[in-house]
Design a protein around this ligand. Structure first.
Ligand code: BG6
Length: 364
């Protein structure tokens, strides 16, 4: 039930410190610096034999899947990418026995994802699920998986399930890394990082009032850019997705590295940019892109960390605590939920049931 909250979406994003705890519970081994993911049904040798990882999902699950694929490639050094299941199922994809397919779905009932899973299985591929609803169609069709334990999610715009998907992918990436070349000390560093995340999500949520102010100002713009690069790009994509779904404002994500190859033509004082600026080896390059935007009068919001210095640039900042660079995208995604929610609230929209959208699309 709503138990006093105005909307399920807000109730659900405020539940995240506890729901994030639930997906990690019992799954982190500090001694070996590795997760324990028994539900995957993969022994160490099967994990070592994986040559490629292909993640499929729809909507926000696809964007988190892209974040997950990046984590897997970075931490396990296995080539990995994500694709919308809605595309994958129609293009007669090559199915390889040495590829691990990962199906991501909150409901476990999305038709495009379920049919893609059946097609992979029919061709002899191995599929694991990253799914919230226990016993759902996709969970049953997969060879194994990671349940999200986020609890029921009612709001069409997914929040706590998405965060748990990202955490599940981080665990999968560390697990696949630790049977390969990820050292025990790096494994321990990342496991300790995961343990800090629920508390750090609570810190982000404490900034709700400030994020709401930024959201109100953004809600006045007819169109908004969301930008990031490499680790920040899936965060930007999910930020744009959430914003358009419930605020009905046009929002577009592009890689900040692509600014000079096209989007710069549109920068003006009327078009705000929300930039994801993690503290990592690309911070300097991100700041360079922001300077280009600022120089053309483009209003800037940065979702970043307290120790990132923007110098003379005029930026409205939303600061998120730092974790480990490989895991920071998980925390940087949380303010995107609040930006979308408070923009939609200010505009007076039906937040839990946005027009034309359904929580899960189970028909073709
Ligand atoms: C869409 C919903 O149609 O399905 C999105 O509107 C959701 O919010 C997507 O991300 C995928 O749903 P699921 O249940 O497969 O994660």
């Amino acid at each position: 039930s709503l138990s006093g909250y105005e909307h399920y979406m807000r109730k659900e994003y405020l539940e995240q410190p506890a729901s994030a705890e639930a997906v990690l519970r019992g799954r982190l081994d500090d001694r070996f610096g590795t997760p324990r993911l028994n539900g995957l049904n993969l022994d160490p040798r099967a994990k070592r034999e994986i040559r490629r990882v292909k993640v499929i999902g729809c909507g926000s699950a696809f964007y988190v899947g892209q974040m997950g694929a990046q984590m897997i490639e970075e931490l396990a050094r296995i080539p990995a990418d994500a694709e919308p299941a809605s595309e994958f199922r129609y293009r007669n994809a090559v199915i390889e026995p040495t590829t691990l397919y990962v199906a991501v779905s909150q409901s476990g009932e999305t038709a495009d994802t379920a049919i893609a899973v059946d097609e992979i299985k029919r061709k002899g591929g191995r599929v694991v699920g990253v799914v919230n609803v226990v016993g759902s169609s996709i969970a049953r069709a997969c060879d194994g998986g990671i349940y999200l334990h986020a609890g029921p999610e009612v709001s069409v715009a997914s929040t706590k399930a998405l965060t748990n998907m990202a955490l599940a992918f981080a665990m999968l990436a560390i697990d696949l890394g630790r049977v390969r070349d990820l050292s025990v000390s790096n494994g321990r560093r990342l496991i300790a990082g995961l343990q800090r995340i629920p508390g750090q999500i609570a810190q982000v949520l404490e900034n709700e009032d400030q994020i709401a102010d930024v959201a109100k100002r953004l809600s006045g713009a007819p169109s908004i850019f969301f930008i990031g690069r490499v680790r920040g790009f899936p965060v930007a994509r999910e930020g744009a997705q959430k914003f358009k779904e419930i605020s009905y404002r046009h929002a577009e994500a592009y890689q900040s590295s692509e600014l000079k190859h096209g989007p710069l033509a549109l920068i003006s004082p009327e078009l705000p940019t929300v930039a994801v600026v993690p503290h990592d080896e690309l911070t300097g390059r991100n700041l360079g892109a922001l300077q280009e935007i600022g120089a053309r009068g483009g209003p800037l919001v940065a979702v970043t960390h307290g120790d990132v210095d923007f110098g003379e640039l005029i930026v409205e900042r939303i600061d998120v605590p730092r974790n480990e660079p490989e895991l920071d995208p998980i925390l940087l995604t949380v303010p995107m939920q609040l930006l979308a929610y408070h923009a939609a609230l200010h505009l007076g929209h039906d937040i839990d049931k946005p027009r034309n959208l359904a929580k899960s699309v189970t028909v073709e």
